[in-house]
Design a protein around this ligand. Structure first.
Ligand code: AMP
Ligand code: MG
Length: 402
């Protein structure tokens, strides 16, 4: 087991842990948030036929070169398509947005640029060939559009439907166990006895798992005894693809996740040189990948975002640029001094906002790793290199949380 590794080393070590990659056919209506297991090609040309980008008149451009043009109305072209009129010299067909271009016509005049008088229409503006959307100008039949590994969001979903697919092959969602440990933890909604606190990590962590597009299975709190913890880990290894624990990974005598993993698991690394989130543990339990997140609430979120999420995205089959991610790397200008950390990458909570010259970062709450409110009051994390303070006015790297 390696100890006190850099974040880069931690991420490299996680790559030896894998999740099963099964695929399934998912219907169109349930594709949102899923990852493509095969590339998707268009089944049709888009547009399927030449059509109008405007409500107006389908005309012959050469009829409309003079200031004073009047054309005879010969019919209508609607979206949805009945018989189309033929447009000959001196004629125009009424046309709706999306409707097919009648034979003979080669340009569109916007309805705003016309004046209809009975059977005749006066043309008051330009006749534009550019208002015709050409067949296949967006997508061509057979063209590969979406690569394997694409995370399907709202726009991808509309595109998939446009391409004519009613289903797609996707990667199965992994199931991730979320297990909080600690004798002091009780459920919200009950009364606290002295020394007790409300268990909060499993809810936030499960939500992060689901935000990544995986399935979270929350467990009841496991108390600080080896027997109970071993049972819970065994059950999780049987029924889940990966295990996340919270708490019990520090130096203390009751930090049993670390002890049990050291004695009976296969630990890969323990402690990462980041602040907050120093003592995470990673390895496998009964061949199931396990991440031991620190119990401090901010630390558990930060470790998930910086270590678990990139690993999970990769394992879920996501394409690097197109897959799920909880954060974007950006540069921000600090509007105040921010303290770094000795020998550790420092991830202070910041609020990132658009300023005049770019993104600006401010801080708003106490930065302690126990203060989960700091993850709500802020939307970003600094990436201050070890032994480096940030000074007001300086530009630094940061993660902008989604
Ligand atoms: P530990 O890592 O177990 O030493 O816990 C570190 C700190 O985080 C302690 O103050 C714990 O009470 C707190 N903590 C641990 N687990 C949770 C949890 N599931 N929800 C909220 N706080 C927790
Ligand atoms: Mg504990």
């Amino acid at each position: 087991m390696e100890t006190s590794v850099t974040l880069e080393r931690a991420l490299a070590l996680t790559r030896s842990l894998n999740l099963p990659r099964q695929t399934e056919i998912t219907p169109l209506s349930q594709l949102s948030g899923r990852i493509l297991a095969t590339p998707l090609s268009s089944k049709v040309d888009d547009p399927a036929f030449d059509n109008s980008a405007m409500d107006g008149w389908a005309v012959r451009a050469q009829d409309c070169t003079s200031e004073d043009t009047t054309l005879k109305i010969v019919g209508t072209s609607r979206a949805g398509g009945e018989q189309l009129p033929h447009v000959s010299t001196g004629q125009a067909s009424r046309i709706m947005t999306g409707a097919p271009i009648p034979p003979g016509a080669d340009a569109i005049v916007m309805v705003e640029d016309s004046d209809q008088e009975g059977e005749l229409v006066k043309i008051l503006g330009p006749a534009r060939p550019g208002y015709i959307r050409k067949q296949g100008e967006n997508l061509q039949k057979g063209q590969e559009i979406l690569p394997t590994g694409t995370l399907i969001g709202p726009a991808e979903l509309s595109l998939i439907a446009t391409m004519g697919h009613h289903e797609a092959e996707t990667l199965c969602k992994p199931t991730v166990a979320v297990i909080s440990t600690g004798d002091e933890l009780v459920q919200p909604g009950t009364n606290l006895s002295p020394g007790q606190i409300y268990e909060s990590n499993s809810y936030g962590i499960a939500s992060l798992v689901e935000k990544m597009g995986a399935i979270a299975k929350r467990y009841d709190v496991v108390h600080d005894n080896l027997e109970g913890l071993r049972t819970a880990l065994n059950e999780a290894a049987e029924s889940c693809d990966a295990i996340l624990t919270s708490g019990g990974v520090s130096m203390g005598e009751w930090d049993l996740v670390r002890r049990l993993m050291e004695d009976e698991g296969q630990p890969l690394f323990w402690k990462v040189r980041i602040r907050p989130g120093g003592p995470p543990l990673c390895g496998s339990w009964k061949d199931t990948p396990l991440f031991g997140l620190p119990g401090n609430p901010v630390s558990s979120h930060v470790v998930f975002i910086s270590i678990v999420a990139p690993w999970l995205a990769e394992c879920m089959g996501a394409n690097h640029e197109l897959g799920p991610s909880l954060a974007d790397r950006v540069t921000v200008k600090l509007s105040e001094d921010i303290k770094g950390a000795p020998k550790k990458l420092c991830m202070r909570r910041i609020r990132i906002e658009a300023g005049e010259g770019g993104l600006v970062a401010t801080t708003h709450t106490h930065q302690g790793s126990g203060n989960i409110h700091s993850m709500v009051a802020h939307n970003g994390l600094t990436l201050l290199p070890p032994d480096t303070d940030g000074r007001a006015g300086e530009t630094v790297d940061a993660l902008w949380l989604r």
